[in-house]
Design a protein around this ligand. Sequence first.
Ligand code: ADP
Ligand code: MG
Length: 672
Amino acid sequence: MTDVFRLLTRSATFSRPAQSKPAASKSVPSNPVPSKPTPVVLSAKGAKKRKIAVDADVAVPDFFGQGQKRGAEATASAGKRVKRDGSDDEAAESDAKEVWRRLRANKLKFTVLSASTDEPKEDENAGDKKKKKKSKAKEEEEEKAQAKKKAKKTGILIPPMMAFPELRNYNLSRRVYANVLAQGYASPTEVQMGALPVLMKSDLEVEGVSKGTPVDLLVCAPTGSGKTLAYVLPLVNRLLRARKEDGGKKGIKAVILAPTKELVGQIANEVKKLIEGTGIKVSQFKKGHRPVSAEDTVPEDDKTPCVKSDIVVSTPLVLKHAIESAGESSMTGLMGLVLDEADVLLDELFLEQTMSIWKTIRDRSKNGCLRTSLWSATMPSTTENLMTKTLLESPTNPPAVLRLVVGIKDTSLPSISQSIVYAATEAGKLLALRNLFTTSLRPPLLIFMQSIPRAQALYNEIQYDLPTPGRIAVLHSELTDTVRSETMTRFRLGEIWILITTDILSRGMDFRGVKLVINYDLPTSVASYIHRVGRTGRAGSEGGSAITYCTKEDIPYIKGIANVIRASAKGSGGGEGGVQKWLLDSLPKTSKNDKKKLKLHGVEVRQGKDAKHRISTKSGFQRKMEDRKRGALEGSRRRKLAEASESEDEGDGGAPLGNEGGKEVGEFTGFD
Ligand code: ADP
Ligand code: MG
């Protein structure tokens, strides 16, 4: 048991295979960077050298169940090409084929969503000439559109990075390289293979994109597939390179936005691991701080605590307010912006806040030197269009927008065994949960609820169900930051076995030991389902499962989820999976209107006070007495708090965080 819990902590590293055991975390290998870097472009000449790069033929996280041979395959096929030794064309063709093969084998697909062109601007006073030009331009446009269509079908060729030593091709600092190795990862995950070559290279050449055009990236890759490393590493590399030029001027140079405080904390921790010993600084941005970029000047009389770290990680609202109060010169000249869980950041609740930050940073960046990347496991096409549009609106040097999809878009991991349990009524769900506790409890597990009151109600109901007290806890955004962070720590340490929560923990949180996710209440969208169940099966780990309880009231809304479960079961070759065909066939199609309603309010009956839909086995009288008692206690607590003028919540800068004034994932739809 203890071992399982030790794994919960994100800082626990994987057991390393003997042959790839990296240098100790604190020491830098004596010569990690070869004096002649291996070329990135695949060529017969480079093939031999790549052998160095693909010596990691060891256990790797394998999200799509295609075996663990990537490193060996790469070496073997590279070797074949060297032997062929034909004409240049032949070699180029076989190189291209090899790149295709690698991209396909790892389920990577690149698409150029939109590229700026370097066509000359039209002369306004040229009559006929103009017409001719126009028709020519039209032809060219059509050609381009056709090429784009073709590329959309097949994707474009960018050689993936097959092993971590290839990082040395990108002028990566020795220290950062050592920090990567110290994580103990045997080889890059699929998303890292695809994204790192794009983001690490400053002069990447992409088919259909004019030379020298900067590239911004949208990435859709499964939950737990290692997206964090894929964006942090290039960011750190860029900042380190820039430091050589600007002499290490203090100030914010990059921003990472994420939807919840918990995720912000987790990302900041990941960044810390990679920047150790580099001099780069990272901060979690908190309420009451003032963001200061390198170009910014702070008025002398301003006493607000300043944040001058190179990288800041923040939730949107708190940063938006801080930028607004810091004035025109704040956030100028930034080099990097990352939107993690980008689809939710650009969803209704966060849209205005995120766009405000994004546009400010984009428009105040210098000479288009800002590189932006957006990441999620789910990406609706409307959000994708908005992202592309916003990127292309850059006032200086608009980028080409590239998209990388890993696996099949908007699906849950095939390695997670998923099922829908029809419990008929609210009481049936409670019964099913208690039954699970007594028959097959495999802690730690996460239970997702529709709203804060329901999370609290389930906690109140089941908190004494386990023989050892304190093993069940609840976490939502109405708790103080101190309680939230303590609960997270205790859960990661394995002291809490069952964590009841809202969608606040559905996005991005990485708990390695979680083997079971229970959707006690139906998620409010298919995307939310994919993210909730994605809290298990992290980093390719096997044995994760997810159970979704469903009652009569859920029937109109459940088809989308049932389809995802069946698609994922097919993906793993597991037949029909946890949804029987009869159930799927009998489920009605969810109407657009119903989808919208669900997203806004959750399943409506669960909002009301109707006793039928309450989570409780207590009688009305019992509950009334308890409510009275709780009210009296609350009142006395509030009186005490009012007496003590200072809030208990002290952020980094000494400012109370409390409610950020906005809402977070799961707390946003008004039903919490
Ligand atoms: P995502 O953001 O895609 O959901 P994370 O970045 O949170 O995934 O990573 C999920 C887990 O995978 C983390 O525990 C991380 O330490 C681990 N991980 C990242 N890269 C690798 C790798 N190359 N090999 C093995 N595990 C990895
Ligand atoms: Mg993530």
